[in-house]
Design a protein around this ligand. Sequence first.
Ligand code: HEC
Ligand code: HEC
Ligand code: HEC
Ligand code: HEC
Ligand code: HEC
Length: 238
Amino acid sequence: MGIFKVSALRKRQFFGGLIGILISVGIIVFFSFKESEEYISLGPMNKGHEDLSCVTCHADANGNLMQQVQSNISHLAGMREKSVDFGTQDVTVNNCLECHDRPNDRHPSYRFSEPRFKKAIAKIDATTCITCHTEHNGERVSVASINYCMNCHQDLEVEDDPIDVPHSELIANEQWFTCIQCHDFHGNHKYNVPVKIKDTIPMKTIQAYFDGGKDPYGTDKKYIGLSEPAWIKTLQKK
Ligand code: HEC
Ligand code: HEC
Ligand code: HEC
Ligand code: HEC
Ligand code: HEC
């Protein structure tokens, strides 16, 4: 009889354990489902970012790469509060620069922290990427209005101006939308800058590029972004 008692206890333990496991699986599935729904509502990743994992931009404030990856996996399993990973930690300019450090950038973000740009920065915050590149909208460039060059180039003087309608005239007539039709912003493309107004890139083509379409300045670039494996390698070196 003693033997029967023991096995009844074992049976109870067995079923208790099984129910525990089923409940846990249920909770994980429930939260993953809820969370993925929330993520889908974020919208598609931007151009070029389709293959990146969340941690490449949403890193934990403290912790090494392994901890970041772990926290992200447990996050996806629904075991951590969303706010722990994504809500509290802002994506900063440094996250972007980990993969997009372009030493040749003609408008480097750090430069605009200088006091002389204070007034301009109040209008267009060029110290951070997100002003012009918000994420999760399937775009490439999202800046509100591309005539923002006016905030810094009012006093521009070009010596021996090569273009048929000189810069001084464009600026006097406030034709600030023409600038991007000849010049890329970061100076990362190798291409011949037009010298005639009739050869400028049409605004429609520029807008299509911003929305994720073909690059009108060409595909010959000085630098391209690091892939995720390359990013992990640079972190491991640190
Ligand atoms: C290339 C960088 C990048 C990657 C990769 C990325 N995000 Fe984001 N995410 C951002 C930026 C930047 C914002 C801030 C919103 C904005 O202004 O665009 C943001 C905002 C969010 C927000 C809104 C809450 C908040 O913190 O502002 C959530 C939630 C989020 N991301 C989840 C995710 C998930 C889930 C993934 C992976 C599928 C992911 N992100 C991948 C850059 C990224
Ligand atoms: C883990 C690396 C990584 C991080 C972090 C990252 N990117 Fe990227 N990004 C890439 C790669 C790879 C591409 C595709 C290759 C390319 O076009 O340079 C890309 C493409 C882009 C493009 C489009 C380039 C083009 O012409 O098609 C923009 C704009 C961009 N990233 C901005 C950002 C911003 C802003 C952030 C920060 C919120 C950021 N990236 C964070 C790797 C990264
Ligand atoms: C004031 C607005 C503004 C800010 C700030 C800004 N960008 Fe851009 N970015 C643009 C515009 C406009 C374009 C399209 C013209 C071009 O290709 O240069 C662009 C294009 C790009 C491209 C694709 C062309 C290339 O250079 O390879 C990448 C990548 C990019 N930005 C990354 C960044 C990153 C990373 C930051 C922050 C360090 C940043 N941008 C800050 C406006 C901005
Ligand atoms: C926040 C200020 C700021 C904004 C906004 C800005 N620029 Fe500039 N830009 C500068 C500074 C600073 C330089 C460096 C030259 C100098 O000191 O005058 C520069 C240089 C340039 C150069 C010359 C680069 C070289 O190597 O000779 C071009 C072309 C240019 N900008 C185009 C533009 C265009 C086009 C826009 C708008 C889409 C724009 N800039 C918006 C501050 C700005
Ligand atoms: C028709 C094409 C065209 C238009 C439109 C245009 N530029 Fe230029 N820009 C050029 C060319 C060509 C140069 C000289 C070669 C170079 O530096 O790329 C130049 C040079 C510059 C320089 C460098 C000046 C120097 O002394 O090194 C700046 C800054 C500049 N442009 C800003 C602007 C701004 C701001 C606008 C809008 C008001 C604008 N450009 C409109 C074609 C154009």
